[in-house]
Design a protein around this ligand. Sequence first.
Ligand code: FNR
Length: 371
Amino acid sequence: PPLDEILNLHDFENIAKQVLPEKAWAYYSSAADDEITHRENHAAYHRIWFRPRILRDVTKVDWSTTILGQKSSMPVYISATALGKLGHPDGEINLTRAAAKQGVIQMIPTLASCSFDEIVDAAQPGQVQFFQLYVNRDRAITKKLVQHAESRGVKGLFITVDAPQLGRREKDMRMKFEDADPSVVSSSGSQGVDRSQGAARAISSFIDTALKWDDLKWFKSITKMPLILKGVQCWEDALQAYDFGVAGVVLSNHGGRQLDFARSGIEVLVEVVANLKEKRGLEFPNDKFQLFVDGGVRRATDVIKAVALGATAVGVGRPFLYAFSAYGSEGVEKALQILHDEFEMNMRLLGAPTLKDIVPAMVDASNLQSH
Ligand code: FNR
């Protein structure tokens, strides 16, 4: 269907399923084991209800914000997703172009199909990009990647901490990666590829399983970029991250692709905010230690719920992959435009002219926690 018939982010998924080669669909859409966490990620938002306010001037509404000190047109960023060329020949550059047009931040994955420099070169002057790091057990390689990213102007380093081993994505494992086009994987981060068991396992064999808290000191010694841990799943680790002096955490289960039965990021957010307030006196959102959430975000209402509960911004993964798979960068632009339009309407209907007006009392999250 033509792009103007696309009404919401779910539509891109249905179309991508029809147009993508079977292998690409398997890699993009799959999640761990029985995909319970994957389904829960979106379902959790269905347990949160709004408490809108009335009779406030909502002629002008403004949902722009700053993420790690960088301007963003909305409290949404494009999360890192590997292997963009499985879906479209321009791969991750589709995301770079659309991010520029819509004023949002792109997180570049270690396992991009395009090379890191191609993605940075595709950015407009002043366009902000973050970098997602899979830590290679060869620290010399990691150091080179990190320092190169910093030298190219990347504004935040998101270290993925939920993937010492890649989860079992069985849909993907049924596909052999060996006859896939080798150009789909850039050589930047991966080395020693085992091609026998699906795309995910093939590209991840270099990841350091020995990574630990103490290593954060080493990261701080090699870069001045803000460090963010991507894949925190309970308040204890969020507190420890804060005490280690990192700039923030992403409450994420990797889109349900790692540990099945991990809780949704939005549910974890509630306990993180409560415990960091109680134990460290922190209020959220907060510029010194920012909380991000990802997984299952498909509507501006989902984003607004996360913001109300204390998140600075949320990450979105699959919908943008599906959008460029079907329509290239214009698809991603359209996806962002849909979110933009949804923000405008929903903030009006909530009686919230700015993000600051989206306070915890605007949501009823009492059904959120499963216990
Ligand atoms: C991912 N994600 C991911 N995360 C990461 O840190 N490094 C990576 O290489 C990838 N690769 C990747 C590939 C694909 C196909 C998907 C779907 C996801 C996880 C991603 O950053 C994010 O956490 C989730 O995608 C968020 O969930 P949704 O928005 O896809 O539901």
